[in-house]
Design a protein around this ligand. Structure first.
Ligand code: SF4
Length: 365
């Protein structure tokens, strides 16, 4: 079953091209603040733009060297026509960088349709009203691509499907420390959800959970939690930790921060429910409550009995670097043992983390 998840992520472009051939419309999302439920309700398949390790893409992007690798990599992939099957792109503003690469993509007319989602950073009544109207406006734009109207009922159905997916992820994360699922496999299970139609991923998760056995075999490795944005880097750090006798037993991969977040409360008007479900509810840096973010990390560590936490930042990502600086005050107050690592998504940059990671693991023995 794990191979099925892995294949979904490895063959994501081939699979998307097949969907396209079958007449499906596809909108790519630049991260977790994009309300995928809305895209789905318009009869379009949302897929996430995911980094792919290849230094050529960063060069191809021609973006300034001190911009984050994520933006450079995605832009390079777009210039390299990797996402030739995409009908449009929706960018949810997380940071200045992803906000402004949108302008470059729009200026260069790289996609037939480009949408910018600017969610308010508060959840006041005025913000909810504004964002509800913004979602309705976006629904109208999406309808032009698919020809399918976003009705209250279709939006309710889409929210229910994504809630089910979050619920299944929640079940998996609860069970995971009691199973022998490896940390790397957990990344595939998670990341396949970013690029697979939600109905199919729900089905995969249900089948997977129904066969997931708990194990009584004790693993004496040092247990760690990993917080990371970049999936390739996360896998490298997982492998490196294992080399030094540690196991990543839980993680927080806010790449698609909507997953693993609370479910959307379906009360009343579904557009308003969606607005309320995203405003200050998605753990994006600087937008979400720092207190809740820190508490969530602490609770996940406690649940998985993790002894230490690694907070991995991609070089030049100010958003997560600033978030870390604020979270650190809480971590220190709680004596939460952790290690901040920063690197580029290249084998040589990751390699340089070896010594720090090894001494961190040894300090936990
Ligand atoms: S959050 Fe960080 S990694 Fe993501 S686009 Fe912004 S600067 Fe880049």
């Amino acid at each position: 079953m794990i191979s099925e998840f892995k294949e979904r992520i490895e063959k994501r472009h081939e699979r998307s091209r097949e969907l396209k051939k079958d007449g499906k419309k596809i909108v790519a999302c630049f991260y977790g603040l994009v309300p995928k439920e809305l895209i789905h309700a318009a009869g379009i398949i949302p897929i996430q733009l995911i980094e792919e390790r290849n230094p050529q893409y960063e060069e191809k992007s021609e973006l300034l060297p001190y911009l984050c690798g994520m933006s450079k990599n995605l832009t390079g992939q777009i210039y390299g026509k990797v996402f030739d099957y995409v009908d449009g792109v929706m960018v949810g503003t997380v940071c200045d960088t992803n906000r402004h690469v949108f302008d470059i993509w729009a200026h260069r007319k790289l996609f037939p349709h480009l949408f910018l989602v600017r969610a308010p950073s508060t959840a006041s009544d005025a913000a909810v009203i504004y964002y509800t109207n913004e979602l309705k406006r976006l629904a109208g734009e999406l309808e032009k691509i698919s020809g399918k109207k976003v009705t209250e009922d279709s939006l309710r159905e889409s929210i229910a499907l994504y809630n089910e997916n979050r619920d299944l992820f929640g079940q998996f994360y609860d069970l995971r420390p009691k199973t022998d699922i490896s940390a790397e496999d957990a990344v595939y299970i998670f990341s396949s959800g970013l690029v697979t139609p939600v109905e199919e991923h729900n089905d995969m998760m249900q089948r997977f959970l129904s066969t997931l056995a708990t194990t009584s075999q004790a693993n004496n490795n040092i247990k760690l939690m990993l917080c990371a944005v970049n999936l390739n880097m996360a896998i490298d750090v997982i492998r490196m930790s294992e080399k030094y006798g540690a196991s990543v037993v839980t993680d927080d991969l806010p790449h698609n921060a909507r997953y693993g977040s609370n479910k959307i409360d379906m009360i009343g008007d579904p557009f308003e429910a969606l607005a309320r479900g995203y405003l200050r509810k998605v753990p994006a840096p600087g937008i979400y409550s720092f207190e809740e973010r820190a508490t969530d990390i602490r609770d996940r560590m406690a649940k998985a009995k993790a002894k230490g936490m690694i907070y991995l930042i991609q070089l030049y990502c100010d958003a997560y670097a600033i978030e870390y600086a604020i979270l650190k005050e809480r971590f220190d107050k709680w004596n939460l043992t952790h290690l901040r690592l920063e690197a580029e998504d290249t084998p040589s940059s990751i390699e340089q983390l070896n010594v720090r990671l090894q001494s961190f693991v040894e300090s936990l023995l």
